[in-house]
Design a protein around this ligand. Structure first.
Ligand code: SF4
Ligand code: SF4
Ligand code: SF4
Length: 263
């Protein structure tokens, strides 16, 4: 993936800033990184934008000389804290990649259990591992940019990197998934008797799940100004149980602040 000076790209005749980037996984399923390597149709264009110097899932070479660090996964161990701090020191820009990195993701569900020793025993039995309550990346180090989703949308990652390379601002949708769902002319799942967090979840996935007639589980976290309390009231009026609503709001960790507020 290394390039020579003569490979320098230009845009309107100007040399294009081609940042060195590293991808680093923490506690995760590595599905977000897989999204990047799976994007075969535009992968070569993406690689012409950046110089990838570390990406365990895709290459054997490693380097600490990078400007942008993409962090996938949540932080669940002490050695991860140390490693993350080292990466933060090396990087000019640190990007939280995906719901695990942004909010703790599905991993944070274990934080519901007060007795972590019991959880460790149930999960690992006689082979205990060193695991602490799950934290989002920004709970440990400063995060410059969050790219939401479980998994991230590869187009959004590429667009963000392109904007960094061109020095343009990065706009993440502030509005909810319902806007995209309506634009896609889907039948609203509430009309089919199903639960959906689209009205309060940040758009940007092009209503991925409702397009396939599956309700949104809020993997991109809350939209700006999301009225979660009112949404809960409407869901209850439509006959959904408190348990079903909480299960959905708790799933990816993005709505944790709203759930805390209620306690
Ligand atoms: S956000 Fe989802 S896809 Fe990405 S690493 Fe976490 S669990 Fe996997
Ligand atoms: S299906 Fe979900 S995202 Fe689509 S309009 Fe209905 S509530 Fe909104
Ligand atoms: S519809 Fe909801 S759960 Fe599905 S990808 Fe979009 S934000 Fe995530």
């Amino acid at each position: 993936m290394k390039t020579k000076e003569s490979d320098t790209k230009t845009y309107l005749g100007m040399p294009l800033y081609r940042p060195k980037v590293g991808f680093f996984e923490f506690s995760s399923c590595e599905g977000c990184q897989l999204q990047i390597v799976n994007n075969e149709s535009t992968l070569l264009d993406f690689l012409s934008l950046v110089e990838v110097v570390s990406f365990r899932e895709a290459m054997t070479e490693k380097s600490d000389d990078y400007e942008i660090a993409f962090i996938e996964g949540s932080i669940t161990r002490d050695d991860e804290v140390k490693r993350l701090k080292r990466i933060r020191k090396n990087a000019k820009i640190l990007v939280a990649l995906g719901s695990c990195a942004c909010f703790g993701g599905v991993n944070q569900l274990k934080n519901r259990f007060k007795n972590l020793n019991w959880v460790k025993k149930e999960v690992y039995g006689r082979h205990p591992v060193d695991t602490e309550p799950v934290r989002a990346v920004e709970d440990v180090v400063k995060v410059d940019l969050k790219i939401y989703g479980c998994p991230v949308k590869k187009e959004e990652v590429e667009k963000s990197v392109l904007h960094i390379a061109l020095g343009k601002s990065i706009e993440i949708p502030k509005y909810p998934v319902c806007m995209e769902c309506k634009a896609n002319e889907n039948i609203c799942l509430f009309d089919l008797g199903e639960l959906c967090l689209g009205p309060v979840t940040r758009a940007g996935c092009n209503s991925w799940c409702p397009n396939s007639r599956a309700g949104c589980w809020g993997c991109r976290g809350p939209a700006d100004d999301a009225n979660v309390e009112y949404m809960k009231k409407i869901m209850k009026e439509k006959g959904f149980s408190e348990e079903a609503i909480l299960e959905r709001l708790e799933c990816f960790g993005g709505f944790a602040d709203f759930l805390k507020r209620k306690k």
